[in-house]
Design a binder for this molecule. Sequence first.
Ligand code: PLP
Length: 385
Amino acid sequence: MSTPTVAYLDHAATTPVRPEALEAMLPFYGARFGNPSGSHRVARDARRAVDEARDVVAGCLGCRPSEVVFTGCGTEADSLAILGVLRARGGVAVCPSVEHHAVLDVVSHSGGRVVGVDRFGRVDLDALGAALDPAVTVVSVMAVNNEVGAITDLAAVAAVVRRHAPNALLHTDAVQAATWIDLRTLAGMVDLLSLSAHKFGGPKGVGVLYVRNGIALEPILRGGGQEHERRSGTHNVAGIVAMAEALRLTDERRTDDVARIRMLRDRLVDGVLAAVEGAVETVPRNVKIAGSAHMCLPGVDSESLLFLLDDAGVCASAASACASGAMEPSHVLAGMGVSRERALGAVRLTVGYTTTDADIDHALQVIPAAVERIRSRAVGRGAAS
Ligand code: PLP
């Protein structure tokens, strides 16, 4: 078996574009360059492509095409969901402390309420209930945590919201969920749901907000009135077409992909736990997605580890991609009550649809050796001082 030069184990940060998605988008950078807002034949051709993509996305979400709003990214979908409701209805937003900053910062800056989580990073349902009252108009709870991979019991969250704030809308950031969970199930439990194409084999810079029929959102981008006045801006036709193709394939292959990825992830985690003394899984496997291998490695600082892994051709990350490189422990681990010392040795490996057995072999060769190197340096430093 040949060893790959690079084992890409950072699928939560972004995924390789599926070849079929790339192929689907290329004509829209060539002959099919029209602006779908126009009325002539070239424009109509582009509009047809956007309409077809909307039908595909709606099919994967189990919703109506009119409930699909194309956005510029997952971050924008999150902002539109939360700010769109706050501006339309007033009131207060609520979210758990471990949300991606695309939600957490919007809720905090709007003067909203942030509630705690359990030790696995799942929203504390009692704390959520206590934070809800008639002033709350939107509750945002992520379907899958981007750092530790914990899966939210959205049905339980929806029941708490119905009981304590029946008029509030429920939004879920499902950006990390599309590969793993049937989106029809998720969309059926919420009023608003965000997706981002680059997390499931689509291109960067395009997302979706599912908006249940009858919900009025105040737009955050105004102008040409595209997307039924909900999101102005010329459509990213190529991106939208590619996203739809990537989502269609993700949906079609989900069962097989998840089973295969789970086996690879299990081999990776079991291998690291066996070879690295003191290594622990941050969240048990039965509460997280099949691709997540988040671990805490004592006696290691993740910055040095990521450097050595990168050098040896293993791409991993510590906190979420945007916070990677910062020395502060992530807000997710802090929210879960993981000690600072333990959090500083956290590594996030995420397996995905392109991962092979050879990638896992390579990672299992490299990771224990890198940890050993860091630990022996620390011992050397201790002896010298
Ligand atoms: N929400 C979650 C849970 C994410 O993981 C990310 C990206 O890392 C985003 C939102 C932001 O999506 P985008 O990169 O499309 O803006």
